[in-house]
Design a protein around this ligand. Structure first.
Ligand code: BGC
Length: 362
C-alpha cells in the first residue's frame, strides 16, 4: 500500500518542517564540531603547588591570561601537599570520557624530588609535561624527551641582589657609605631563607654571599633563618631577631618578596621606619632606615618600594615565563609552528628567562 501523498497545504508544512530540521541538524553539527575542537585544544591541565603563595598566584594568573580563550588549562591547587597533587594528576589521567583527558600537563611540583615518579607516569601515557618554578633534578629531566622546564637561573637572582646591595653601600668595599651605620667596614646582615631544599632558596642564599665575597665586601651574617617563602613566618621570625639585633642590623636579604614584606611589617610595627627628616614620607635618608632586599617583583613589593620601605627586588619574570610555557605547549600540541617560538630552547628542554633588578630612584 502506498503512503498517502500530502495534500497541497500539508505539503507546504512538510517542506517548512524539513527545512527547519535541516537547519537544526546543521547547527548541531556546527556546534558539535566547535565543541569537540575546543575540547581537544583545551586539554591542558595546570597543577600548582600552593595557590596561597602570592608569587604562584600571580604566576597562575599570567598563565591563564597568556592562554587562548578556547584552550584555557584546567587549574588544580595542591595546597602544598604532594600527595594531593599526585591524586589530582592521577584523576586527570584517568578522567572519563577518555577524550577529556589532558594532552599536556603544566606542573609546579610540591616536592621537586617527586618529579621522578611523575615523569615515569606521564611517559607511560605519552603526555608531554612542562614543569615550572620548581626545577626537577637534571637526571630526572633526562628520563624522557617530552619533559620540559621553564624557569629562571637562581644564581642570577642572588648575584643581582648582591649588586643592588653593593650599589646602595657605595659600590666600593673599602669605603662603605653611611648605610654602614656603625662604620666598621662590615655589613651586619640578616638572611631570610625560603624553603629548605628548594633550588631557589639554596642557590640564592649561596650566591648572594659569594657575590659579596668575590667583590671584596665584608658581610657578617648575624642570623640566617628559614621562613619558608612565607610572609607570616617572616613576620614572626623578625620579632625574635629584632629583640637580639635591632641595634646592630644594617641589611636584610630575603630570598623572596613575601618574606621581605613580612619583615618590613614587623619592623614598622616595632617603630623602625620613621620619617626622621620630616619630609612627609619614608625614605632612605631617614635615620634608622634599614635596607631590605627581596626577589620576585610582586605587585605589593613594587608598592612598598614606591612607598619607601622596601629598598629593591629582583624581578622573577612570571609574565615572560607564562608566555613561554603557553607557546611551548602550542608547539608540543602541534598548534604553533616551532619556528615561531619566541624563546630559545636550551639543551632541547629548558627555557630560561632572565631576572631583572628593580629599585626606586630615590
Ligand atoms: C619564588 C618564591 C616562591 C617559590 C615557590 C620562588 O621562585 O621566588 O616567592 O614562594 O618560588 O616555589
Amino acid at each position: 500500500m502506498n503512503a498517502p501523498r500530502p495534500s497541497a497545504p500539508h505539503l507546504r508544512w512538510w517542506l517548512i518542517l524539513s527545512a527547519h530540521m535541516a537547519l537544526i541538524t546543521l547547527l548541531m553539527a556546527g556546534s558539535l564540531s566547535l565543541f569537540s575542537c575546543s575540547a581537544k585544544e583545551s586539554r591542558m591541565s595546570l597543577f600548582l603547588y600552593n595557590e596561597a603563595d602570592p608569587y604562584i598566584r600571580e604566576f597562575a594568573k599570567q598563565i591563564l591570561a597568556a592562554s587562548p580563550q578556547d584552550a584555557m588549562p584546567r587549574k588544580f591547587d595542591a595546597g602544598n601537599s604532594q600527595l594531593i597533587q599526585n591524586e589530582q594528576i592521577e584523576a586527570e589521567l584517568t578522567r572519563n570520557p577518555a577524550s577529556q583527558r589532558p594532552a599536556l600537563m603544566m606542573i609546579n611540583p610540591v616536592d621537586r624530588l617527586g618529579a621522578y615518579a611523575l615523569i615515569q607516569r606521564l611517559k607511560g601515557d605519552d603526555i608531554p609535561v612542562i614543569f615550572f618554578n620548581r626545577e626537577p633534578l637534571a637526571e630526572d629531566m633526562g628520563l624522557w624527551d617530552k619533559t620540559f622546564y621553564v624557569g629562571a637561573r637562581a644564581e642570577q637572582s642572588g648575584q643581582l641582589q648582591a649588586q643592588l646591595v653593593m650599589e646602595l653601600f657605595g659600590g666600593s668595599p673599602d669605603k662603605l657609605n653611611e648605610y654602614d651605620r656603625n662604620g666598621d667596614g662590615v655589613i651586619q646582615s640578616i638572611i631570610l631563607k625560603g624553603e629548605q631544599g628548594h633550588q631557589d632558596a639554596e642557590i640564592r642564599t649561596r650566591e648572594v654571599l659569594r657575590s659579596f665575597e668575590d667583590a671584596g665586601f665584608r658581610v657578617e651574617v648575624l642570623a640566617l633563618e628559614i621562613a619558608n617563602w612565607n610572609r607570616d613566618e617572616a613576620y614572626g621570625t623578625m620579632g625574635n631577631l629584632l629583640r637580639d639585633y635591632r641595634h646592630r642590623v644594617e641589611l636584610i636579604v630575603s630570598n623572596n618578596d613575601a618574606m621581605a614584606l613580612g619583615a618590613i611589617s614587623r619592623m614598622r610595627q616595632e617603630g623602625l621606619y620613621r620619617d626622621t627628616n620630616g619630609n612627609g614620607r619614608i625614605d632612605r635618608n631617614d635615620s634608622g632606615w634599614i635596607p631590605v632586599v627581596g626577589i620576585d617583583g610582586l605587585r605589593e613589593a613594587e608598592e612598598s618600594i614606591a612607598e619607601g620601605y622596601l629598598y629593591g627586588t629582583v624581578k622573577n619574570d612570571s609574565q615572560s615565563m607564562a608566555t613561554a610555557m603557553v607557546e611551548l605547549a602550542g608547539v608540543l600540541l602541534g598548534t604553533i609552528d616551532p619556528a615561531t617560538l619566541s624563546y630559545a630552547l636550551t639543551d632541547g628542554r629548558y627555557i630560561w628567562i632572565d631576572y631583572r633588578p628593580f629599585v626606586s630612584e630615590r
